[in-house]
Design a protein around this ligand. Sequence first.
Ligand code: ADP
Ligand code: PEP
Length: 693
Amino acid sequence: MAASRYGVKSKTHMLKNDNLPSILEPAVPAPHIAGTKVTVTLGPACRDVETLVQMLEAGMACARVDLTWGPVEYHMQSLKNLQEAVKRSRRLCAVMVDTLGREMTIRRTYNLNEQGWPVHEEPIPIKKGQILAVTTDVSATASSERLPITYPGFAAMCTPGDTLFIGRYLVNGADQSSLYLEIKEVKGEEVMCEAMNDAELDGLLTVIHSERSDDGMSNRQTDLPMLAQHDVMALKQLSAAYELDFVALTYTCDGGDVQEMREFLDDIGLVQAKIIAKVENRQALNNFSSIATMADGVILSRGNLGLDVAPEKMALVQKCAISRCNLLGKPVIITRVVDTMVSVPRCTRAEATDVANAVLDGVDGVLLGAETLRGKYPVATVKTVLSICRQAEEVFDHSYHFDFLMSEALDEAGYDDASQHSGSQTGGSPAGGNSPNGSTQNLAQLSAASEAPFSPTSISSPRNLNLSLPPLPRTGSGSQARLQELRSPGSHKLQSSGMTRVSSFGSIPRTASVQSVRAVNAMHVSPGGTPWLSKVESIASTAVRAADKIKASLIIVYASTGRTASLVAKYRPNMPILALVIPTLKSSSLSWELHGRSLARQCLIMRGVIPMLAAPMPGDSDRLLSDAVASAAQRGLVQAHDHIVCVMSMKDDLILKIVSMDSLGEGMKTTKTGSSQDLAALGTPGKKVLATA
Ligand SMILES: Nc1ncnc2c1ncn2[C@@H]1O[C@H](COP(=O)(O)OP(=O)(O)O)[C@@H](O)[C@H]1O
Ligand SMILES: C=C(OP(=O)(O)O)C(=O)O
């Protein structure tokens, strides 16, 4: 089980319960929301206040507005409605803004309907076998013969033999509005293509280019700007009016993109917003380790990914990517779960199995797209997905997951005590990180099309997950320059800082050095060959182990950045995690602001985490905890005599504390001295402090 510098073990599904009759019993209706979180795309089908209230009550944790489509005024109104629904339902909901970024679309005229949502006129019919041009000629009108594309550099991206997919925004790829094309010739600004199927092109048409070649991919997508001008304007406008918790980075190419995005968000004052990197093509899979390391979370855009990756590789890519995110402790979300529910009230068996398998794989959440944007059953979709998740969580083998993480012990490199181990390690494993004999498969290899050499047996090898961190400089140079252009003149922070700025969500701080980030791959084995953990992660994992051993009903984690809470969530305890967010006072120019609400909402995307915002300036420490416990009892999270494991601090030391519920189940049992019950470590009641960080 020891970790290897050649890669880490892949995780297989282990069911805690394989008794069929008992599996058929309904999942105990949980008083809290399922551990796995649902993000909903707001659009015409669901953005009225009443539907939003129903989706919140059904368990929606996060709402996404997507700048790819719809005017910013439309999204402003959606967020206004959401605010009202949150107030009415008294439920927390995180806000995610998704960017247009490198997305390419076909230029078509449209009108705005009375709600301000764009509607196109007649669909464009295409016949299988016909030749048509995708053109960069801006004067062209969209027709069956010529389709003008938004990206001026498009023709330079294309080579005969490449394939194109043109489909309605958020389509499933199998409906009438999905067109597959093969590029035959590139003539100046006209890319001549043959249609592979009949289609009726309707709505906003997105274009996905897939290179024919697997080796030596040109990665020309990198030349597209990382953010569109529209994104920059919209992010500024939306953030002036609403608190934005997450920004989704479309078509992330590598970790460098995430760094640039962080710089940009900080520059426009969105310092609290977390970055969720969207992994949508093979290039992103090639650079997956750097993306997952730098970002606060990852969305596996399975629709787009599925167009660039051979079908037989998709499941393997998904499992591999989820496993890596789990090892890094980064929230990971998948898309395209129940496409069928766009038009019918019940998902297919394959979709239901897919959702459950993703939960067993270790996913944190699912993102609903067309299902809620334009689907007929948005509320039923949220309910269906969450009940599948809840049922799968019942059989998720938490101990196996815990042991898997422990055996690999991949930790947050470059943070606190990590650096002391790095010296003797960084030279040991090359940045490419594959085994010397080349036996390790990495994500890039898994994603290669079927004609590339690939041994199907190798995926079952325990040494298949190579967590190598690819070099930071990327293959293209376009986006960095363009982002500089988008910023105010004279801003050269990126070049001058000399530091790699990365995510701090439960893992690596923004100011970690390039070396420490690169050392991620090398540092999960100590010089002596024994896996090791940072102190915080050691406490977080110990809390999960302790909670398991004493059969606690709840883990309470005090939170100010969310790092400790996310490390506890990483170990996927068998019980909910209450993240008790302690608000902090921060000065901004002349005024003081209370911070904490955004973190509470951001905790909503972590599997198993239920955020609770503590009162500002809470009184004494014991009171704070007993109030939190009483509140957890009111929410049905704990009952009489239950145990609760708490991760908190005392002076500057991080400690574990185990408290018990009173016999009425209303609050915490207190000791004779009136303070909370004994501290305990791994079932050793009465022992004080356990570890410090
Ligand atoms: N026993 C306690 N009483 C009061 N406040 C506490 C106690 N333990 C922790 N806190 C507060 O909770 C917050 C948790 O911070 P920290 O442990 O750094 O979490 P994170 O990993 O989220 O940054 C801090 O503001 C800390 O002061
Ligand atoms: C790109 C997305 O996902 P998919 O690739 O699954 O359509 C999305 O939902 O924004």
